[in-house]
Ligand binder design. Structure first.
Ligand SMILES: NC(=O)c1ccc[n+]([C@@H]2O[C@H](COP(=O)([O-])OP(=O)(O)OC[C@H]3O[C@@H](n4cnc5c(N)ncnc54)[C@H](O)[C@@H]3O)[C@@H](O)[C@H]2O)c1
Length: 266
């Protein structure tokens, strides 16, 4: 079998493609043969990822768009359909804590909650609608992968509104799976653990070693650890996987509490 992933010649759109997990997903999908739309609010970053794809011999379109801009996002999807072709794969990755420090529940302000939910849940909800409408209209199925967070699966002190938004992404993913499944559209999510990206450097850069030591794999994740699972979910290998959330966390969430190291484990 030449193309076990079934992605050669397909069209993929990735949001937040200019850095970190989104850039890694874009490069992986392109390496699997997809034409990729690299969408990012930072147009220059989107251009850089697209240039890396074309430099490797792939097809790419850079789109400088904020996912919170519903009309702008719809126009970008239309441009992608015109210039690259109909959407087969969408990775809704743009999000994060937008530089906000961790804040305990009692200290969180209404504006902070609104911002976190707008970026991480409401905007993603609207992007998913736009993508799914295009896929339903075409009638050839597709795969949508949403990037949630381990903070949406388990409570993390200080993560508050961001965690609540990411938990909402999981429920949305499940609802989309059951409503879009009959159209041949699969919807799944990944829940990354701490991953060394530009954003994570700001949040956990000062405690990478401690984070690594607390993980069963004794390291923190790299963006490509996420991209591999996104590629699987996008591919034909996951043809019957729908409505699932895969924690990509080195086994961190498998444990109850902090596990003491045994003498035999290094
Ligand atoms: N890095 C981690 O430890 C970690 C852990 C769990 C979940 N996540 C999630 O993974 C996703 C990617 O995170 P990352 O660490 O790679 O982030 P990052 O900040 O390193 O990269 C995110 C990219 O998205 C773009 N972006 C941000 N807001 C946008 C917007 N409104 N519209 C379009 N593009 C936008 C940024 O310009 C940037 O290029 C986020 O949804 C984040 O919540 C990350």
């Amino acid at each position: 079998m030449d193309d076990p992933l079934g992605l050669d010649g397909k069209v993929a759109l990735v949001t937040g493609a200019g850095a970190g997990i989104g850039a890694a997903c874009t490069l992986r999908l392109a390496a699997a043969g997809c034409a990729v739309a690299a969408l990012d609010v930072d147009a220059g970053a989107a251009e850089r990822t697209a240039a890396e794809v074309t430099g490797n011999g792939g097809r790419a379109l850079a789109l400088g768009v904020d996912v919170r801009d519903t009309d702008g996002f719809s126009a970008a999807v239309e441009r992608c359909r015109r210039e690259l072709g109909e959407l087969d794969v969408c990775v809704n990755n743009a999000g994060g804590m937008a530089g906000h420090p961790l804040k305990r529940f009692l200290e969180v302000t209404p504006g902070f909650v609104t911002d976190a939910i707008e970026l991480n849940l409401s905007a993603l909800f609207r992007c998913c609608q736009t993508e799914a409408r295009a896929m339903v209209e075409r009638g050839a199925g597709g795969s949508i992968v949403n990037v949630s967070s381990l903070g949406g699966v388990r409570a993390v002190r200080g993560v508050t509104a961001y965690g609540a938004a990411k938990a909402g992404v999981i429920n949305l993913t499940q609802t989309m799976a059951i409503e879009l499944g009959p159209h041949g559209i699969r919807t799944n999510a990944i829940a990354p653990g701490t991953t060394l990206t530009p954003a994570a450097q700001d949040q956990v850069g000062h405690r990478v070693e401690a984070t690594a030591a607390a993980n069963p794999m004794r390291r923190v994740a790299l963006p490509d650890d996420m991209a591999g699972v996104v590629l699987f979910l996008a591919s034909d290998l996951a043809a019957y996987v729908n409505g699932q959330v895969i924690a990509v966390d080195g086994g961190f969430s498998a444990a109850v509490g902090v596990q003491p190291r045994s003498r035999s484990s290094s």
